[in-house]
Design a protein around this ligand. Structure first.
Ligand SMILES: [Zn+2]
Length: 272
């Protein structure tokens, strides 16, 4: 599944192709992906409008024009391929956006958990309204998170993976950040101190940033020739390492299940 770092890399790769450019043609090959595609609205509001910026919120991308934004989510298996024309169109291409004589963005999503939507100028959309802030947003700070977690009895791992609290932290990044911060994934979110929140948010950002810098810088680099979106070869300390020695204290890494997801951690470095 494309995680926040892959989406941020895609955003950066798209910037030179899309920003200050005009989408001259949109083509849709389905009525819906996860949700119905608002074709008429997109043709009316997005086509022939100059894109002013691409904003990312969690795993959502917003391609902004003067009267609103086109919203993309890649779901479980979505990707965007850069082509020089409308064809060849590979299987599961649901939409194509033309931004120049040889710039065609093919939106491909075999499992169809992704979406293409329209967000009006006021930025209101039911999908976005339910979402917590992005980990890199200024409002994501220790005081705000401590306040959000007040009286929360869920484990901290579950809390930071809940997109309604803070958006875009996948399982790998939650495990690695908690390890880096030396916080037990089992701790109740409501019991995390201000100093620990400070450490944790800083570790979340570092983990995500390391992964973003491991990614490619252009769309052509971003997708390997076979067309699969590359997972970044980030150096992992605990994720997927059950039984292997902890890099800090050589205790074998433990695994447990939280909300149906595997959690990897060190019982010594993360005892608190
Ligand atoms: Zn350890």
């Amino acid at each position: 599944m494309p995680e926040l770092p892959e989406v941020e890399t895609l955003r950066r790769a798209l910037l030179p192709l899309v920003v200050n450019k005009t989408c001259t043609a949109l083509k849709f090959y389905r009525k819906d992906i996860r949700f119905p595609i608002p074709k008429t609205t997109l043709h009316k509001q997005f086509e022939n409008q100059m894109v002013s910026q691409i904003q990312r919120n969690g795993k959502y991308l917003l391609l902004k024009v003067s009267n609103g934004a086109m919203l993309w989510h890649l779901g479980m298996s979505g990707r965007v391929a850069l082509q020089v024309s409308m064809s060849p169109r590979e299987k599961h291409t649901h939409a194509i956006f033309q931004f120049g004589p040889e710039t065609f963005l093919h939106f491909i999503d075999p499992r169809r958990f992704g979406c293409i939507l329209w967000v009006p100028q006021n930025g209101k959309h039911p999908l976005l309204d339910k979402m917590g802030p992005d980990p890199f947003a200024p409002e994501t700070n220790a005081a705000a998170l401590k306040f959000r977690a007040k009286n929360c009895r869920s484990p901290i791992k579950t809390f930071i993976m809940d997109a309604r609290r803070i958006t875009g932290i996948g399982n790998i990044y939650a495990c690695e950040s908690l390890y880096m911060a030396g916080i037990s994934p089992k701790r109740k979110a409501g019991r995390i101190t201000l100093a620990e929140w400070e450490r944790l948010i800083s570790c979340v950002r570092t983990t995500l940033e390391n992964s973003i810098s491991a990614g490619g810088t252009t769309l052509r680099d971003f997708f390997d020739p076979s067309g699969s979106a590359g997972y970044y070869a980030v150096k992992l300390s605990v994720y997927g390492k059950e039984g292997e020695p902890c890099p800090k204290c050589i205790t074998p890494i433990s695994r447990m299940i939280h909300s149906g997801r595997s959690t990897f951690f060190c019982t010594i470095c993360q005892r608190k």
